[in-house]
Design a protein around this ligand. Structure first.
Ligand code: ZN
Length: 222
């Protein structure tokens, strides 16, 4: 026996708002203040850390140490350009993904940059890429990728949309950049070179600040 149609409809009407609320935590909506034209804080997120090594390099430091090193080089470069910088980690520690996004979401005037190195079973794959979740972050990802893609003889694999947790749960303009494949002999060798990591940090800083003409906007009243 089927319940009357109108009681089904009223049940659906009562369930819909509940469903909408349940879905909200999965939908990162930009909030007021998070704007590519006026951000003053950059949250740098060195991928992985602690027990989470990330990708294993063919030779040398694993992903978690490479990302931390680039992040630590990037921090003073952004500070010199007038940005307030927040690191999700500043040592080799494990930070849950939810804590990383909470740090970003706690800063209304922030953008978020997650730094990673890529890996694939095929050793011939190379290239640099940048990800975003919310389409409003796409120009931010593109700017950084455009700035870094040829910094050490690599090439661009493009700007891509992806559901990575740190992007998906981020209320701020956010990107995740992959600096190259440490599963490829040439790119791994280059990424293990501190001079290359310094250059990458400089290019990332350039890409971030180019969004705003090269430096952070003056704070109101300064
Ligand atoms: Zn990674």
């Amino acid at each position: 026996m089927h319940p009357p149609l109108n009681s089904l409809r009223s049940l659906a009407l009562r369930l819909l708002p509940m469903l909408a609320v349940l879905m909200l935590p999965g939908c990162a909506l930009f909030q007021p203040g998070a704007d590519l034209s006026n951000f003053r804080t950059v949250v740098i997120d060195p991928g992985h850390g602690g027990i989470d090594h990330g990708a294993h390099a063919i030779r040398g430091m694993d992903e978690k140490m490479l990302t931390l090193d680039v992040a630590q080089r990037l921090k003073p470069l952004l500070q010199r350009r007038g940005y307030h910088v927040v690191m999700t980690r500043n040592s080799d520690v494990f930070i849950p993904l939810g804590v990383r996004t909470a740090i970003s979401n706690a800063h209304p005037d922030a953008v978020f940059v997650s730094i990673h190195c890529n890996w694939t079973p095929s050793r011939s794959v190379t290239g640099v890429e940048a990800y975003y979740y919310n389409p409003r972050s796409a120009p931010f990802a593109a700017n950084i990728l455009h700035s870094i893609y040829n910094s050490y003889g690599s090439h661009s694999r493009g700007v891509k949309s992806c559901h990575y947790y740190v992007l998906h749960h981020n209320l701020r303009p956010a990107t995740l950049v992959e600096l190259g494949f440490i599963s490829n002999f040439q790119e791994d060798a280059r990424l293990q070179d501190p001079a290359v990591r310094q250059l990458l940090a400089e290019r990332i800083a350039e890409g971030i600040s180019k969004v705003q003409g090269g430096h952070a906007p003056a704070s109101p009243g300064s």
